[in-house]
Design a protein around this ligand. Structure first.
Ligand SMILES: *Cc1c(COP(=O)(O)O)cnc(C)c1O
Length: 449
């Protein structure tokens, strides 16, 4: 099937040398734990940004918070912060113990980015942040806004017509388009969202209802991004949100961690050398989970262990990290189809920027089948009353994968700590899914339980 060489080797040679690639190609669920992790203090010196840049993003979001509270009243109670709750999911832990027939020590929590205001997914962090940053830059440069102004002034016809002279383009599997489109349209920008074939109809409909220009493609995410990039290159008033390479998106996501630290403090959850934290992050191109994981490393250093989760049909980041080829490899190179119900994770080629930044900071990547995603979705709905989209539950089995790998636990000296560990399932989207669509997901999952 594949005659082409992948980095100088045929597919058969790759498979012969790497058992895990044979399993990926066979679409089996796999867990890969990174043998190349380094201490945070050692790695951070090789990364060209750090805590100051994340703080700068947090400060910018703070400047915008009066405006956000005004135009998105659902954020007013949180003073215009776009933030989500953390909750313990003890009942779901019981369901997993029964399913896997084993006791699971430690605590299991969910970070409900599914319930982030404005756009109902983790993209409400990075996507909205990048639009705000661009808007601030334009307005300040034009002399219309000063950093110490009250940004509620942005909610005016004067500013809307100013931003109306500029456009924003983005390529997306759906949720990033939703975040960029909603925020961009609210400010007055002209927004074009280039949607891959995976994007759900309701996301396109919602964007069109807000006056966003939605362009649809038959192909996957990488092409949708390329089309967005092309549009922006031909128009100097057009700003391209580059999901594959954006430091701004990354910083917007990273802000999550300091806020999580405060939430943990309120809940009395300790993270230290004796109380490790494991975070399970659904991964598409990598920006969302990469940015959050980077923030978590800044907040908790070596006491947090970040693990990405991908669909068996789209193990892009796993292939990129494992082979070290990053964005030089795609799942399609290995004959893997990138067709998954987890539309937010349907990415065939990973972000090289994220892979290169995070390759020594990530503890591992595992894959989950679509059938199991549906199953976990139904279980989370039944046991915790959490409505999540298929992409959003990829973190659910993380605790089982970690506890099941003695070699990994030994490598990090964790074997004796697991009674005191906290496992955090980052639930990345779902609250905006229309009810009928959600019922379809749920029934599909129920049928498999
Ligand atoms: C986009 C998305 C992710 C992953 O984020 P990436 O930046 O693409 O890696 C995870 N879950 C949901 C619901 C998403 O929309």
């Amino acid at each position: 099937m594949q005659d082409n060489k992948i980095n100088g080797r045929s597919m058969d040679e790759w498979i012969a040398e790497h058992r895990i690639i044979a399993d990926l190609v066979a679409l089996k669920e796999v867990s890969w734990f990174n043998p190349g992790t380094k201490q945070f203090a050692e790695t951070i010196f090789n990364i060209p940004f750090g805590g100051a840049e994340v703080q700068d993003a947090a400060d910018r979001l703070e400047r915008f918070s009066p405006y956000i509270a005004k135009v998105f009243p659902e954020t007013a109670a949180a003073n215009g912060h776009i933030e989500s709750p953390v909750q313990e999911i003890t009942a779901m832990k019981g369901v997993l113990e029964e399913l896997f027939g084993q006791f699971l020590p430690g605590r299991l929590l969910a970070k409900c980015d599914s319930h982030l205001p404005i756009s109902g997914s983790i993209k409400a962090r990075g996507g909205i942040y990048e639009v705000l940053k661009h808007a601030e830059f334009l307005a300040v440069e034009a002399g219309l806004l000063a950093l110490d102004d009250n940004y509620v002034v942005l909610d005016s016809d004067e500013f809307r017509s100013f931003f109306g002279k500029y456009s924003i383009a983005v390529g997306s599997t759906g949720n990033l388009g939703l975040s960029i489109g909603i925020m961009g349209a609210q400010l007055g920008f002209k927004v074009s969202v280039h949607m891959s074939a995976d994007a759900r109809q309701w996301k396109k409909d919602m964007l069109r209802s807000k006056g966003v220009n939605v362009l649809e493609y038959e192909s996957d995410y990488s092409l949708a991004v390329a089309e967005g990039r092309k549009e922006a290159a031909s128009d100097s008033s057009c700003y391209f949100v580059d999901d594959e390479n954006s430091i701004n998106l990354f910083m917007g996501y990273a802000v999550a961690a300091e806020r999580l630290k405060e939430q943990f403090a309120e809940l009395g959850i300790v993270v230290d050398a004796d109380h490790p934290l494991f975070a399970y992050l659904p991964c598409g191109v990598g920006g969302g989970p990469g940015g959050v994981a980077f923030g978590l490393k800044l907040a908790f250093q070596d006491n947090v262990h970040c693990i990405f989760a991908e669909p068996t049909h789209s193990p892009a980041m796993l292939l990129g990290l494992y082979t070290g080829l990053h964005d030089g490899v795609s799942v399609q190179d290995f004959g893997i189809d990138n067709l998954t119900a987890a539309d937010g994770l349907a990415v065939g080629r990973p972000s090289g920027f994220v892979g290169r930044t995070m390759h020594e900071l990530l503890d591992g990547v595992y894959t989950v089948s679509d059938e199991n995603l549906y199953r976990y979705l139904a279980m989370m709905a039944d046991s915790e009353d959490l409505a999540l989209e298929p992409s959003a539950v990829a973190g659910v089995p993380g605790i089982v994968r970690v506890l099941g790998d003695k070699e990994y636990l030994a490598l990090h000296g964790l074997a004796g700590e697991m009674d005191r560990a906290t496992h955090l399932v980052w639930c990345t989207g779902g609250s905006m899914v229309p009810e009928e669509e959600m019922r379809g997901y749920y029934e599909r999952g129920r049928g498999m339980c």
